[in-house]
Structures are given as C-alpha cells and as structure tokens.
Design a protein around this ligand. Structure first.
Ligand SMILES: Nc1nc2c(ncn2[C@@H]2O[C@H](COP(=O)(O)OP(=O)(O)OP(=O)(O)O)[C@@H](O)[C@H]2O)c(=O)[nH]1
Ligand SMILES: [Mg+2]
Length: 279
C-alpha cells in the first residue's frame, strides 16, 4: 500500500492506493551492519522515540550546516531523541569529517553519537551502520550534504507517526540539482518501475528515508552500495508494508560535484538485474 501527501506541510493524507496488510510482528532478525564507535555506558537508560541519522561522508566543515540546525530542531521538538552521525572514512586520514563529527558529538553526549569506522562499503554500508547504532522506535535518515531541507527529517517522522506507515521516503517534486542528475534519476526510476512493477512509487532514491523499528527488523537490509534505497522499497513491498511518499524539495549541492558517476549507473543496472533474477 502506498500513502501520499500533498506538498503543503500539515496537510492530511491525500491518497491511499493498493491493499492494506498489517505488518507482521517484529522478528529477531540479525542485522549485519557495522558496530559503531560508541561508549554505550553513556547512553540514556531508555530507548528514544526517534533516531535521527545523518550520513556525513566527506562533508567536512559543511556538515555543521546540517547538524547544528537539526540538533536544535530535535531539542525543541520535545521528543525523546538521539542524533546519530555516521562519519565512516577511507582510512587515509585525509577526510576531516570524523574529527569534526567526533567533537560535535562529544560536546552534546549522550544525545548525539558518532559512528566512525573505516569504510567497508559505500552509502549502503554507512546507512546500515547508522541503523545498527540507532535505538529509536522510529529511524529517519538524511544525507549530510544539505540537499534536503533539514526540517524534512522531523516532518518525515511526524508523517510516519500520524499515518502509521512502516516506511517513508522522500519524493523530490522540486529538484534544483543538475540536469544530468535529473535525467539519470528519471531514466532509472522509469526502468525501475518497469522491472519491479512498483506502480505509482517514484524517486526510489529520495530521502529522507524512515523505518519503524519493526519494519527495520523485518527488512534485513544487506546492500553496501547505492542500491540500499531500492532494497528498502523492494523488501518493504515484498513484506506488504505500507510505504509513505513525502513530497520534498531537493537543493543543488554547492559544495561539490556529483558523486554519481557513470560507473554508479552501471552498478544500479547490475543490481537491478541481480535482484530481478534472484527472486
Ligand atoms: N558517494 C558516496 N556517498 C556516500 C558514501 N557513504 C555515505 N555516503 C553518503 O551518501 C549521501 C548521498 O550521496 P550523494 O552523492 O550526495 O547522492 P545524491 O545527492 O543522490 O547525488 P549527487 O548529489 O549527484 O552526488 C552523501 O550525503 C554521503 O554522506 C560513499 O561511500 N560514497
Ligand atoms: Mg547529495
């Protein structure tokens, strides 16, 4: 089942399509993502309602544009929360992100925690290491490159909470990134729809991405690369979980060029073929 909303914030559910099936109770599925650099003795005693997860990879000083306002928004939300900053690195020591994130987290412990490990995978590995460290009932992940408005993280949580969807994803209805990226994204989503018959779902890679803890435990995510976004959607549909699509604005990245090179397109195609054949 797909739940969609109109663009205006605070609007109620506008459309529900497909047949509803209640999610199964959570299984004790083992999650294989990386452990984190965390001192668990410092954690508050009870699990928070919301784990906000930020992928900080190679953001360096510009990460503060995202995590400072996000920290303030979480604090003033009144929610029991934690902010998990994923700053895994390639081990060369050239990336200043881990040091910046560590300092930020230490100053705000225990509500902010850093996950800092040498990378053993791409974006999917980082996202899974964030989920693995998170303890919240709801987990919402956002990129650390400021392309999504920071307030969309809490908005995604609220929509999940109000509507009861198990999974939420952003759907970029206004994009200000490059024409190259928009074309790649459009072609990928058209092909994805054709191959996986995902109906009205669109913008598979859109963030924020949010999962309830029960959904996370059912999905048993494995992707280490870009395909994790697709894996979330494909696995959620197989488990007949309800997916919500939140319309979002997507800004241009003024700090760096696109990471999505032609090789990434080949990787997407190979992943789609493997997933389709492997069913
Ligand atoms: N490229 C890349 N990103 C990673 C990796 N691990 C984590 N990430 C995070 O993934 C997020 C999304 O990557 P982006 O390259 O910004 O993806 P995008 O916005 O869809 O595409 P571009 O803006 O065109 O690069 C970033 O904010 C990174 O923090 C990694 O190994 N490679
Ligand atoms: Mg980006």
């Amino acid at each position: 089942m797909l739940v969609t909303w109109s663009r205006e914030r605070g609007a109620s559910v506008s459309r529900v399509t497909g047949s509803a099936t209640h999610p199964r109770p959570s299984s004790a599925a083992s999650q294989t993502a990386a452990a984190s650099e965390l001192d668990r003795s410092e954690l508050p005693p009870s699990a928070p309602e919301l784990s906000a997860i930020v992928l900080c990879y190679r953001a360096e000083g510009s990460i503060l544009k995202v995590i400072e306002p996000l920290f303030e928004q979480l604090r003033s939300s009144g929610l029991a929360h934690e902010l998990i900053l994923v700053a895994n690195h390639d081990g060369t020591g050239r990336d200043r992100t881990p040091a910046i994130v560590r300092e930020f987290a230490q100053a705000r412990s225990p509500f902010v925690r850093a996950v800092i490990r040498q990378k053993k995978g791409g974006m999917g590995w980082d996202m899974r290491s964030g989920f693995e460290a998170a303890r919240g009932e709801y987990m919402v992940v956002i990129d650390g490159d400021a392309q999504n408005p920071v307030e969309d993280l809490l908005e995604a949580y609220r929509r999940m909470k109000d509507s009861g969807v198990a999974v939420i994803k952003g759907r970029r209805t206004a994009r200000f990134d490059s024409a190259y990226r928009r074309v790649v994204s459009g072609a990928y989503n058209s092909l994805f729809r054709l191959v996986f018959r995902t109906g009205e779902l669109w913008d598979i890679n859109g963030k924020p991405k949010g999962l309830t803890r029960a959904a996370y435990e059912q999905l048993e995510l494995r992707s280490d690369d870009w395909f994790i976004d697709a894996e979330i959607v494909i696995a959620a549909r197989r488990k007949q979980l309800t997916i919500g699509e939140l319309p979002v604005v997507f800004h241009r990245n003024d700090d760096r060029a696109s990471f999505v090179r032609p090789a990434a397109i080949g990787e997407f195609l190979a992943n789609m073929a493997r997933e389709r054949v492997g069913r």
